[in-house]
Ligand binder design. Structure first.
Ligand code: F6P
Length: 337
């Protein structure tokens, strides 16, 4: 029997068992979300559940924007970026009244459990519903890869590859003109994309919010050392949370005399066909979400840790943190010069 039924909150399944499972994608979209929905739906149908999609994330749940999903409704989707269930950054759900209304909507649609696919904020929304007694399972998916409980979030690998091929192209033109190319990548308040795409592209400078920058030492002197050692291009990768990229580029021109151009990759990084890694992670994580419901492990987040896909109790999962160390960025610097 689910906690919700035990507490008399959810009268819809007479025996308290799970019959209908909802799935939604929330927050910023990420390549691989479609593959995750597909895995959840197919695994759920395999277990005999009725599957419902909530369109437009928590906002759709809040306003009852539901669609029945069968095996065919997820056919031919996994190779596409975006999310066919659509997504939103919900204001309506982000209040105690909003959460209560969304919970009530689950009752209206006889939805006994919910799988939430999204980043940190979305998993916090899942926690709110879990605290009300709804059986929920979270799946981490954000290009930022900043979900503390999981070493991997669906979408990260594709975003890295998208940024990498863009930077490879920018390097061609930077080399021809002996210019500096300042490239801003996404990541909100974290530098996972910047660090790892920077390493993958041999960036001369990588700026991330986790490591405080000393412009003279970390940027100006560094680029002049590169120039003096005979380099003909200068790739500076800036995480969006690390500073103003245009200002950094202007300072580079003024202080080093090296001509510089700015490219902001922006939402380009959120689109595109998911990589093999993202399709695989989405498939394993989506399947484990349903297995957790079958085994009664409600209120968990699926996580990737030490090479394994596991589940962690949601309260504990959302207290977990991870970060980038100064040593990692130091190592990236050592191999760039
Ligand atoms: O969380 C994913 C992300 O793409 C961040 O990297 C970025 O800061 C933010 O979303 C952009 O959000 P929006 O699409 O709402 O502008």
């Amino acid at each position: 029997m689910t906690d919700a039924v035990k507490h008399g909150l959810v009268p819809w399944s007479e025996d308290g068992g799970i019959r209908t499972v909802g799935v939604l994608t929330n927050g910023g979209d990420a390549p691989g979300m479609n593959a995750a929905i597909r895995a959840v739906v197919r695994a759920g149908l395999h277990e005999g559940y009725r599957m419902l999609g909530c369109r437009r994330g928590f906002h759709g749940l809040w306003r009852g924007d539901m669609v029945e999903l069968d095996g065919r409704s997820v056919s031919g989707r996994l190779q596409y970026g975006g999310t066919f269930l659509m997504t939103a950054r919900s204001q309506s759900f982000n209040t105690p009244e909003g959460v209560e209304k969304a919970f009530e909507m689950c009752r209206v649609f006889c939805m006994d459990a919910l799988v939430v696919i999204g980043g940190d904020g979305s998993l916090r929304g899942a926690l709110d519903l879990s605290r009300m007694g709804l059986p929920v399972i979270g799946i981490p998916s954000t290009i930022d890869n900043d979900v503390g409980c999981s070493e991997y979030a669906i979408g990260y690998d594709t975003a890295l590859n998208t940024a990498m091929s863009a930077i490879d192209k920018l390097r061609d033109t930077a080399t021809s003109h002996e210019r500096c190319s300042c490239i801003e990548v996404m990541g909100r308040r974290t530098g996972y994309i910047a660090l790892n795409v920077g390493v993958s592209c041999g960036a001369e400078v990588i700026l991330i919010p986790e490591v405080e920058m000393d412009f003279d030492r970390d940027v100006a002197r560094r680029l002049l050392e590169c120039h003096n050692s005979g380099k003909s291009h200068y790739i500076v990768v800036v995480a969006e949370g690390a500073g103003d990229t245009v200002e950094i580029s202007n300072r580079i021109e003024t202080q080093t005399g090296i001509e510089s151009r700015v490219t902001i990759l922006g939402h380009l990084q959120r689109g595109g066909s998911p990589s093999t890694r993202d399709r695989m992670m989405a498939s394993w994580m989506g399947t484990l979400a349903i297995k957790s419901l079958v085994s009664g492990d409600y209120g968990h987040v699926v996580s990737y840790r030490q090479g394994r896909v596991i589940t962690i109790e949601i309260e504990e999962a959302l207290q977990m943190t991870k970060t980038i160390s100064p040593e990692e960025i130091e190592t990236a610097y050592q191999i760039a010069l």
